[in-house]
Design a protein around this ligand. Structure first.
Ligand code: UD1
Length: 386
């Protein structure tokens, strides 16, 4: 084996790919692309985990269920302030990727791990592809928005899930040759795993329920806001029981604010596995969330969703799907829920290319790009000889 590649364990195949992941939604997206690329014998690929998410239920269980093995490398950065976490990933990632020198690094979504890896690749001239490019909330107060804008500026190839993303990239001056509309890789994995969800329903779940997830700093870091949100949920739970898997950040903020994770008709639980969460999403009558990916999954599953944020980077889930952005006004949440109870239910439509084949399209583009590069280097060799 080439000594340079030995650290990452990438062999001497003609196309060497490194997937960089760090947080829950990354694992789901990378699983689809990893599987699509594994169909090709010229590809040698490895997964590098930054360690941004590290709890068993936030990380290990995903790799087990998604059947993509364990990451070949873990940077073990753990938690920290956003800047510290990003800086730690940059410092630890550079020597590893320099030694392995893959042909392409693939980064996913909008988490700190995504932008950190992108910055390193741009500094040492390793080609970078961004999966789920072009999404914009146009709200720079969100750390994820900064991560998206920067990663897209740095990427050599940008894979988008929907037309709006292509328009956003064009407005930011990104040339269309770099951009490929492929569809939604998160939905690829959902389609593959949905049959297993029938056997993964968590115990003691009521027949009919509202599913809630909240973890954004804007929703959980302010104690008063968090307390009022929980009161609103308590009131809603009188109409329909609530199931609420709590993100570690939210649990920590509740503890610090002296807010109890209790309520007769609110079923609080620790973070659950990917497949069990799919089972809940599929069965929920209504979902209330501030997540990005859940807005997309509920659109695909045709389950109504109220998004507790001022904006969304996934507007197609509103224009075509089941999502309603209710803002950070709790009276609007209560009003939207009342409409739902009165029978006004959005079923929406599934956006184009959310068909389970997005990752195959990505694999095809990467193979084509690689073919072009091989040809270019042969031509260069011939020119330098003559
Ligand atoms: C991150 C992403 C967010 C994504 C979310 C999915 C960024 C900026 N944010 O947010 O876009 O929607 O992942 O879950 O990258 N913690 C644990 N155990 C873990 C991981 C986290 O206890 O395994 C706790 C720590 O206290 C940590 C806090 O959760 O400080 C926040 O984790 P972090 O990775 O910084 O961001 P998330 O809120 O998970």
């Amino acid at each position: 084996m080439d000594r340079k590649n030995s650290e990452l364990g990438l062999g001497n195949s003609s196309l060497k790919i490194l997937h960089v992941v760090g947080a829950r939604p990354n694992f789901v997206k990378a699983a689809a692309v990893f599987r699509a690329l594994s169909q090709n014998s010229v590809v040698d690929q490895a997964i590098l985990h930054t360690g941004q998410h590290y709890d068993v239920n936030m990380s290990d269980v995903f790799f087990e269920q998604l059947d993509i093995g364990t990451p070949r490398f873990n940077l073990g950065v753990g938690s920290g302030s956003p800047a510290q976490q990003t800086a730690d990933i940059i410092k630890r990632f550079e020597p590893v990727v320099s030694a392995g020198h893959p042909d392409w690094v693939l980064v996913y979504g909008d988490v700190n791990s995504t932008v950190a890896a992108a910055l390193v690749c741009s500094k040492i001239a390793i080609r970078l592809a961004h999966v789920e490019a072009g999404l914009r909330s146009f709200d720079r107060r969100m750390p994820e928005e900064i991560n998206r804008v920067l990663t897209d500026q740095l990427a050599d190839l940008l894979f988008t899930p929907s037309e709006d993303a292509n328009r956003n990239l064009a407005c930011e001056g990104i040339t269309s040759e770099r951009v490929h509309l492929v569809g939604n890789v998160m939905i690829d994995t959902l389609i593959r795993m949905l049959p297993q969800a029938a056997f993964a329903i968590p115990a003691d779940i009521p027949e009919n329920f509202i599913l809630v997830t909240l973890h954004r700093p804007s929703n959980v870091d302010d104690a008063d806001w968090l307390s009022n949100t929980l009161k609103t949920l308590l009131a809603l739970s009188q109409r329909l029981p609530i199931v609420f898997p709590i993100h570690p950040r939210t649990r920590e903020r509740m503890r610090a604010a002296g807010l109890e994770a209790s309520g007769e008709r609110i079923h609080f639980m620790n973070p659950i596995s990917y497949v069990s969460f799919l089972a809940l999403e599929q069965r929920a009558k209504l979902v209330i969330t501030d997540s990005g990916g859940i807005q997309e999954e509920t659109t695909f599953l045709r389950v109504p969703c109220l998004t507790l944020r001022e904006n969304t980077e996934r507007p197609i889930t509103v224009s075509m799907g089941t999502n309603e952005v209710v803002g950070r006004d709790l009276s609007k949440v209560a009003a939207a829920a009342s409409e739902f109870f009165s029978g006004k239910v959005r079923r929406g439509q599934i956006p184009p290319l959310w068909d389970g084949h997005a990752a195959e399209r990505i694999a095809a583009v990467l193979r084509r790009e690689h073919g072009k590069q091989v040809l270019e280097s042969i031509l260069q060799c011939q020119t330098s000889r003559t």
